[in-house]
Design a protein around this ligand. Structure first.
Ligand SMILES: C[S@@+](CC[C@H](N)C(=O)[O-])C[C@H]1O[C@@H](n2cnc3c(N)ncnc32)[C@H](O)[C@@H]1O
Length: 210
């Protein structure tokens, strides 16, 4: 892993990259991640008791791959992202699929939802974009927003060359993300309970906030 030199994008560079280039070929990612998310929904999320009575928000929702799927399960779903181009893509996808989702601009580093304003808060394939200290801060803020749980879906803990190359191009913290002890973070930020599972080569984290 150490033979790949570090390449990290700042928040502004990341926003520019998504608005200028990445949104154009996100269709490939939608197909790849979509099938993984289907398995995670089937094995984990759909089993949340009384799910249809709860509200959810997804931060860094991108083109809404997960958001659209969640809209079939939850009472209402909001998606927020800082890239206008990704949000435009998400809105078109929702319209084409006949899904009702509210999409809004929003920066995960400046969460402005009132305390306990949603039952479930999701982040899918975006937490690895941030350095570990920032990840902890993000989780802490999101736990304040969630009445029930913060649910993180991201790359699996096993290092993969293909993903490392893609993430190097994206300028993320994948190499550090896969080593993070989220159980310790859950205790540090005061979560009542924490659950980590590996499903479909993905990490699924439940931070219980109620
Ligand atoms: C790899 S994509 C994942 C998108 C989507 N959640 C998915 O599963 O396909 C990362 C997303 O995070 C968004 N993002 C990155 N930094 C962000 C920030 N600071 N605030 C909000 N969104 C951000 C990008 O615009 C992009 O849409």
């Amino acid at each position: 892993m150490s033979f790949i030199p570090k390449h990290r994008r700042s928040v502004h560079e990341m926003k520019r990259a998504y608005n200028n280039r990445i949104y154009r070929f996100y269709g490939i990612v939608e197909r790849y991640l979509g099938s993984k998310l289907d398995i995670i929904i089937h094995e984990k999320l759909a089993k949340i008791p009384s799910i249809s009575s709860y509200t959810a928000i997804e931060y860094a929702c991108g083109s809404g791959i997960l958001t659209l799927k969640l809209s079939q399960l939850f009472k209402s779903v909001t998606g927020r992202d800082f890239s206008i181009k990704m949000l435009e893509r998400a809105k078109v996808r929702a319209r084409d699929a006949g899904c009702t989702v509210k999409f809004l601009e929003g920066n995960i580093l400046a969460v402005d939802e009132p305390e306990k304003s949603y039952d479930y808060v999701f982040v899918s394939f975006a937490l690895h974009l941030f350095p570990p200290d920032q990840e902890k801060e993000i989780l802490k803020k999101l736990c304040r927003v969630a009445r029930k749980s913060v649910i993180i879906i991201d790359h699996g803990k096993e290092w993969k060359l293909g993903i490392a190359i893609i993430e190097w191009l994206e300028g993320s913290y994948y190499d550090q993300f896969i080593k993070i002890d989220f159980n310790s973070i859950a205790q540090e930020i005061g979560c009542n309970s924490f659950d980590e599972t590996q499903i479909a080569d993905c990490t699924v984290l439940f931070f219980l906030c109620d």
